[in-house]
Ligand binder design. Structure first.
Ligand SMILES: [Zn+2]
Length: 465
């Protein structure tokens, strides 16, 4: 197994397809069997009529190997003649021929592959150019089979593939095993046969959670798309604290329920009730950072949803406060700051709690809650108002010194948590700021739809497994 994410995913897929624990345990006859399976599936897909379910696998192959013998517009359409052509791609190396190190694993081999046979190599970009003097890429037999077993181990759509790498091999295997099952369904009944639901982020989080008991493991998602014009690659990854965050989140009932509500709020359905965006996947995605940048999508998403106070119940706000707080504690070690935020929330609520129109004051705060500069102005105003009313001024230098009003992190994270603390303080003092009488459409549906004691990282797809 190499470090190349596509070869790695393919090697795991080979192991799973022949029921071996690890790629190193795959024998020569195992490899024959997997090659046989790959060839059969390729031939069926490449000769299927476009309006059939079997044709969906061809779309998968086309996205990965757009100019190969299996996908090219001028491909052989007679299965009996196509089969030996495809089968030859995975034949053992001939005895003669100069030995070269395999492009992927370094094993000596004599077969050279053109880029049209390699996944994602056949692009207009010059990134995959051959070294001078070579007629093709040397690829050993194991890697040739692995590179075409890739679509079984990847999360595939009709135009893209996502593979997962992790510092835990168990995480990699688990994700691949699940994708292999999913590929089996696509082969059998096309994409229509798949239950709507879980995307690669949700599946990966489950695997992380299952295999991160002893140490912090991370996972990286590589999403490839090749439309024969401009291929692209998107990389997202979890940070090392995520596994611990998941474990703590699952052991706290408020946080667990908060995660369920987040899923529900992020789920989108069309008018006919069909899921357009799966909630489990959208929630899982908040724990993945793009391209090595720390983005902290979870608190951003919680704040965005919570600010829509007409759609969120008090209990949800309470749970999201716990969830946001846990995230800041685990991912940013911000434990001590939370206490100071509570004091500040108390001050803001003193100001909001004017007997005439608390809602209008709250709305003023809500509008500036995310902006350091505007929040600072409002706080100054609130403090002088309270002072004029004869209240004792509150010392907030502790929290402001931590960058509460600064743009960027950690300022905005503190401001997000402050919002939840303000909401909690309002609830504690029984100050109603709700617009309509508890318009809890989303939450009410949510409570009915699932058992809150169930695993919030579960995915709908499992029900069909
Ligand atoms: Zn190799």
């Amino acid at each position: 197994m190499s470090e190349h994410p596509l070869q790695r995913c393919g090697a795991w897929a080979v192991a799973v397809l022949c029921d071996r624990e690890r790629p190193e345990q795959v024998s020569g006859s195992d490899l024959d069997a997997v090659a046989e399976r790959v060839v059969s599936d390729v031939v069926v897909a490449a000769t299927a009529r476009p309006d059939t379910a079997a044709y969906d696998w061809w779309k998968v192959l086309f996205a990965l190997y757009p100019n190969s013998r299996a996908t090219h517009a001028k491909r052989e359409r007679d299965p009996a003649r196509l089969r030996p052509e495809i089968g030859a791609m995975f034949a053992p190396d001939p005895a003669e021929g100069a030995l070269l190190p395999c492009t992927f694993c370094g094993e000596p081999c004599s077969v050279l592959w053109s880029k049209s046979m390699l996944p994602m190599f056949d692009s207009v970009r010059a990134v995959n150019t051959l070294p001078p003097g070579l007629a093709g890429w040397p690829v050993c037999r194991s890697c040739r089979v692995a590179l075409w077993a890739l679509p079984y181990g990847a999360w595939v759509t009709a135009g893209s593939a996502t593979v997962v790498t992790s510092d835990s091999q168990m995480v990699e295997r688990r994700v691949v095993a699940r994708n292999v099952r999913r590929a089996g369904r696509i082969l059998q009944s096309g994409f229509e046969g798949l239950p709507a639901g879980a995307g690669p982020e949700a599946v990966t989080l489950q695997a992380l959670r299952a295999h991160s008991t002893e140490r912090a493991v991370t996972a990286t998602l590589w999403t490839f798309k090749n439309d024969n014009q401009e291929p692209w690659l998107r990389i997202t990854a979890t940070r090392s604290g995520v596994a611990r965050f998941l474990a703590l989140m699952l052991s706290d009932s408020d946080c667990r329920q908060g995660w369920w509500k987040l899923r529900k709020h992020l789920e989108w359905r069309d008018k006919s009730g069909r899921v357009i965006q799966d909630g489990a996947t959208a929630a899982a995605r908040t724990l993945f950072d793009p391209d090595g940048r720390q983005v902290d999508r979870l608190p951003a998403e919680l704040l965005r949803l919570a600010k829509d106070t007409d759609r969120v119940t008090e209990s949800t706000l309470f749970e999201w406060r716990a969830l946001c707080r846990l995230y800041l504690e685990v991912m940013h070690e911000m434990k001590t700051d939370i206490g100071e935020l509570k004091k500040l929330a108390g001050l803001l609520v003193d100001w909001i709690d004017d007997k005439q129109n608390p809602r209008s004051k709250f709305n003023e705060y809500r509008q500036v809650a995310g902006s350091g500069y505007e929040l600072h102005k409002l706080l100054m105003r609130a403090m002088s108002r309270l002072y004029l009313d004869g209240r004792k001024p509150l010392d907030i230098t502790g929290i402001t010194n931590r960058g509460l009003f600064e743009p960027g992190s950690p300022g905005w994270l503190l401001r997000a948590q402050l919002f939840f603390e303000v909401m909690a303080e309002l609830a504690k003092r029984d100050i109603s700021i709700a617009g309509k009488a508890d318009d809890t459409d989303v939450d009410e549906q949510a409570e009915m739809r699932f058992d809150l004691s169930a695993d919030p990282l579960s995915t709908d797809e499992e029900e069909y497994a």
